[in-house]
Design a binder for this molecule. Structure first.
Ligand SMILES: C[S@@+](CC[C@H](N)C(=O)[O-])C[C@H]1O[C@@H](n2cnc3c(N)ncnc32)[C@H](O)[C@@H]1O
Length: 282
């Protein structure tokens, strides 16, 4: 492996051998033949200037759940939350789904990102910790992932970004194949820190249909000018369609945006949020 890219990388299919195209691909600079890394993705991001606001949102949320007497011991680090933020912003995701809400740290940060794109975040957990800020617009489903996805199947838009902070069972995986966009980005927590992360990646490699490539966390968080650090233990999966330089055409992009935007549940939460903001400004 090229020494400039000390990233562990695994093949989900034959893609590790692929030669990336030189043209601009979903905003990433892809050099001919380069093994593209998580660090390169972060450093090339055009959304780094937003990280300061995302850090503020993370700290505000920690203060919020702490004030409720919650310790947040299973919650997610600032570094991993910033990784999720950059992914959602970069790939212009509109419909985020999370498995494992807990005290809501990742839900809050992913929601900050997806709101900027005009989309919404849904999260689920069989335990309700009561730590989702009521005016955030986040949809919390108090149920295990399989039941939550079955619910979304009835009334929600297709999912284009999923964050798995819990090991999915077979029903969840089956529904993921049904409900996730073929372009969906998947992110998995605790990779390399805890057997849970690797178990989730292995399950997805076995049972998730779309093919693509995993990007794994580097040996240390990516340190940015200004002091922010990004990613401790988040692995992410990018489907081939995005890696191979196939751009969404304008019709597909419009259709994806409209289907997320005009979805009744999204519309209702958007109108509610707009009304709350208007009242606050009065
Ligand atoms: C590591 S914590 C998630 C931390 C959270 N992402 C955060 O940043 O605060 C894992 C959560 O998954 C939840 N969980 C357990 N089984 C689940 C299931 N079948 N579906 C969804 N969530 C589940 C647990 O209750 C726990 O709160």
């Amino acid at each position: 492996m090229h020494t400039r890219f000390p990233l562990r990388h695994r093949r989900c299919d034959g893609l590790a051998q692929a030669r990336y195209k030189t043209r601009r691909t979903v905003g990433w600079r892809m050099d001919n033949g380069a093994i593209f890394s998580c660090g390169a993705f972060v450093n090339a991001s055009t959304h780094l200037s937003e990280l300061s606001a995302a850090q503020t949102a993370w700290r505000r949320h920690v203060a919020f759940f702490t004030s409720k007497g919650l310790s947040g011991e299973s919650s997610t680090s600032l570094e991993d939350c910033l990784m999720l933020y950059l992914l959602i912003r970069h790939f212009d995701r509109r419909s985020v789904f999370e498995i494992g809400t807990n005290v809501g740290t990742t839900a809050v940060i992913m929601n900050e990102a997806v709101k900027q794109n005009g989309g919404m975040c849904t999260t689920c957990d069989p335990i309700d910790y009561g730590a989702i800020p009521p005016d955030s617009g986040i949809r919390f489903i108090n149920a295990p992932a399989d039941a939550a996805l079955a619910h979304i199947k009835e009334d929600g838009p297709a999912i284009d970004f999923a964050f798995l902070d819990w090991v999915p069972d077979w029903k969840t995986l089956r529904l993921a194949n049904d409900l996730f966009d073929k372009d969906a980005i998947l992110a998995v927590h605790d990779y390399g820190l805890d057997p849970k992360g690797e178990a989730v990646v292995d399950l997805l490699n076995l049972h998730y249909r779309p093919r693509g490539r995993w990007f794994f966390p580097e040996a240390a968080p990516i340190a940015l000018a200004g002091g922010a650090r990004v990613n401790i233990c988040t692995a992410f999966f990018v489907p081939n369609q995005l890696l191979n330089g196939r751009h969404e055409n304008s019709f597909e992009r419009l259709r994806r945006r409209l289907s997320a935007l005009l979805h009744p549940r999204h519309l209702a939460s958007h109108l509610k949020r707009a009304a709350v903001q208007k009242i606050r400004r009065m």
